[in-house]
Ligand binder design. Structure first.
Ligand code: SF4
Length: 268
């Protein structure tokens, strides 16, 4: 719902109405998945719950960047062809040696300065992280007062092992590398552009940027091929050890995973 809201909202709309229509659209599209849970869903309660996340997005620097890009675009192709623009829910498929990788990028923002393209890949995350103490101790490099921004080098271990934010962000490294590789491969004119990856955690309102060296094409290719190789070699339950962490809260397998349920109970 919140993804759909971030995709659709424009400043001429009413925030709550846009949230409600995003909710109705998502429920309509996922009716068969939700089946017997449909009766439990309360549209008003969901809208109320998600309003703070929507407001976080609207107060963020990211929203300002998105709106600047939107107003600069006059005539845009359905798919990026090498021009500045703003795209949402951009699906892709890339072929690798061991298989085909498919995905969808939440937002792609392309600007051009002094004949150079700058490509920003944006992914929204709704993980609810309890970060009060860490967040308050971090200073935004841009001096941004509305949302803090971090850059992580995921090759090194998070400096504070209990840092839920670093751990949560670490889960998305491979996904972001896949997006960066897809953009370079599918839009040849962006091949040598600066690519920036932004993970926008809506609660709390924080941005993360992957370190540039993690987005270099050979690094992305090696990470994806290695993951595909691991998947192909793994066929037994012992090849898939449980990994209880904050991500269990949103895992689709929580109902059938004893280790995940234990973890969630222990921290709640
Ligand atoms: S609930 Fe289980 S399967 Fe899901 S992320 Fe947690 S440990 Fe892994």
């Amino acid at each position: 719902m919140i993804h759909r809201f971030c995709e659709r909202f424009t400043p001429d709309q009413n925030v709550e109405e846009c949230l409600r229509s995003s909710f109705e659209e998502v429920v309509r599209l996922r009716q068969s998945d939700l089946s017997d849970r449909l009766v439990e869903i309360d549209a008003e309660a969901a809208t109320k719950d998600l309003l703070p996340l929507a407001m976080n997005y609207l107060r963020s620097d990211l929203f300002s960047r998105v709106e600047r890009a939107r107003s600069a675009v006059t005539n845009q192709e359905v798919h990026p062809t090498g021009e500045p623009g703003l795209w949402s829910e951009l699906s892709f498929r890339i072929r690798r040696r061991l298989g085909v990788l498919s995905g969808a990028i939440d937002k792609l923002l392309v600007t051009k300065t002094n004949d150079k393209y700058e490509v920003e890949i944006i992914d929204f995350k709704t993980n609810r992280l309890a970060l009060q103490s860490q967040a308050s101790s971090v200073t935004s490099p841009q001096g941004n007062t509305r949302s803090s921004q971090y850059a992580f080098d995921f090759d090194s271990e998070p400096k504070q092992p209990n840092n839920a934010l670093a751990i949560a962000a670490h889960d998305y490294q491979l996904q972001m590398q896949a997006y960066a590789l897809a953009i370079r491969e599918l839009v040849p004119s962006f091949k040598d552009s600066t690519i920036r990856v932004t993970l926008h955690f809506l609660e709390p309102n924080l941005e993360f940027h992957l370190a540039d060296d993690l987005l270099a094409p050979p690094t992305c290719e090696a990470a994806i091929d290695s993951a595909m190789d691991d998947i192909l070699r793994s066929s037994q339950p012992q090849d898939f050890p449980v990994n209880p962490a904050t991500h269990c809260r949103t895992c689709s397998f929580l109902k059938v995973c004893a280790a995940g349920r234990e973890f969630v109970q222990s921290v709640s």
